[in-house]
Design a protein around this ligand. Structure first.
Ligand code: ADP
Ligand code: MG
Length: 393
């Protein structure tokens, strides 16, 4: 995705005010009625309409008149709100090249005033697929829980909170610098994802170190759940850094054992294939083992001492609550289940018009809309204080 940040320069205070008004409206609406945007933005002399046209031209908003006249933020619009806030806070001054495209994120280099380069991850939870909504009826009951803005923001908050906590416990992770909306800024990791590394001076040692990390995470009460060659970075000194945390779970999760074994299996499989390490083929080989970790022996989830878990206390300190965790997890697991039970192609948010599940979602919002218009009228004032409006003024 191209992020033309030059546009930022041309956007006025009013532009951001209206953009923020659309963001607020999206708390209750998939498509925010134009009239509601005007009421929230409250620009003089019908100024909102002119501004909306400008934002549309720059693709920061999407116009939809299929059910009623309204707008929604595009990813670009949401990106700009987050970037503007970060710039206002002095986190960075410029956005550079894109360095990564994940399944559900875009990663860019950003520069601080002193020239230090950092990494900015923009979360796109829900970009890959809207399929989960079909099977997860319970989502529809909590409309706020099914909203890509909300989910992407939660994913960013979770990633930030975990990165910070892990860093404080001495894990090799990027330094978590700041988060806002769906955006996390962290230190730039020198090196390459393991998947790109064809040769290592000392593959056994790197392997041991990586497996050791999975075990140490579990001792701290955590499982990464996506611990593979794409999320492990290696530098020229063969130092390991782990990235990508939105899907992490507690060791008390009902599927903890399975997630743990899967993380371990990924590493075993990769090192066996790529670096020809002679490692056990499957877990069955170690049933009845004494749990000692000789080289190539699989750590056993049930024998790990997990008493020093820190999930709840420390994550709460970053503002990440148990309810947040439930919401993110429900979505991530919903998607994973769908991936198993269906081989449909996912749908990008940019061209969701014909997607059956989005139609369902729209109808739902139509129905909800009638109820919430009334609520909007009453809660505009409280909403604006609840939302992050500091950057709109
Ligand atoms: P996703 O959740 O979409 O998989 P990741 O956090 O794994 O996103 O990032 C995708 C890619 O971006 C990584 O494989 C890596 O190449 C690059 N990347 C992510 N974070 C950093 C960072 N802090 N420093 C350098 N590269 C990074
Ligand atoms: Mg990744």
């Amino acid at each position: 995705m191209k992020l033309d940040v030059d546009v930022l320069r041309y956007l006025s205070k009013d532009d951001f005010r209206v953009l923020t008004a659309v963001e607020m409206g999206m708390k209750n609406h998939e498509i925010v009625p134009t009239e509601l945007i005007d009421r929230i933005a409250h620009l003089k002399h019908g100024g909102t309409y002119k501004v909306l046209k400008n934002l549309l031209k720059h693709k920061l908003l999407h116009h939809d008149s299929s059910k009623y006249d309204g707008f929604r933020l595009t990813y670009l619009g949401y990106d700009f709100l987050a970037i503007k806030t970060m710039v206002n806070k002095g986190v960075f001054v410029a956005v550079g090249r894109q360095i990564g495209v994940g399944k559900e994120s875009d990663i860019f280099e950003v520069a601080r005033e002193d020239g230090t380069v950092l990494a900015m991850k923009l979360h796109r939870l829900g970009r890959v697929s809207f399929r989960a909504v079909k099977s997860k009826r319970d989502y529809l009951k909590h409309r706020n829980s099914y909203n890509w803005l909300y989910l992407s923001r939660l994913a960013a908050l979770k990633e930030y909170a975990f990165m910070k906590a892990l860093e404080e416990h001495g894990f090799p992770v990027p330094n978590a610098v700041e988060h806002n909306r769906h955006c996390v800024v962290m230190s730039l990791v020198q090196g390459y994802p393991l998947v790109q590394v064809k040769q290592l001076q000392n593959p056994e040692m790197v392997f041991e170190r990586i497996v050791g990390l999975v075990v140490r995470l579990a001792e701290h009460g955590l499982i990464h759940c996506d611990f593979n060659e794409f999320n492990i970075m290696i530098d020229d000194d063969e130092k390991v850094t782990v990235i990508d945390f939105p899907q992490m779970v507690s060791v008390s999760h009902r599927n903890a054992q399975m997630y743990f074994d899967r993380d371990i299996e990924c590493i075993f499989k990769f090192f066996r294939k790529r670096f020809n390490l002679s490692l056990q083929e499957s877990r069955d080989d170690i049933d009845g083992s004494d749990g000692e970790e000789d080289e190539g022996e699989r750590p056993c989830f049930s024998t790990i001492d997990k008493s020093s878990g820190f999930l709840d206390k420390e994550l709460a300190a970053s503002g990440f609550t148990r309810k947040d965790e439930e919401d993110v997890q429900k979505f991530i697991e919903g998607n994973a289940e769908e991936d198993i039970h269906s081989d449909d192609q996912g749908t990008e948010l940019g061209d969701v018009k014909d997607d059956h599940s989005l139609q369902l979602l729209k109808q739902f919002h139509q129905y909800e809309g009638q109820e919430t218009m009334e609520k909007d009228r009453n809660s505009e004032a409280s909403e604006s204080s609840e939302f992050e409006t500091q950057d709109a003024s």
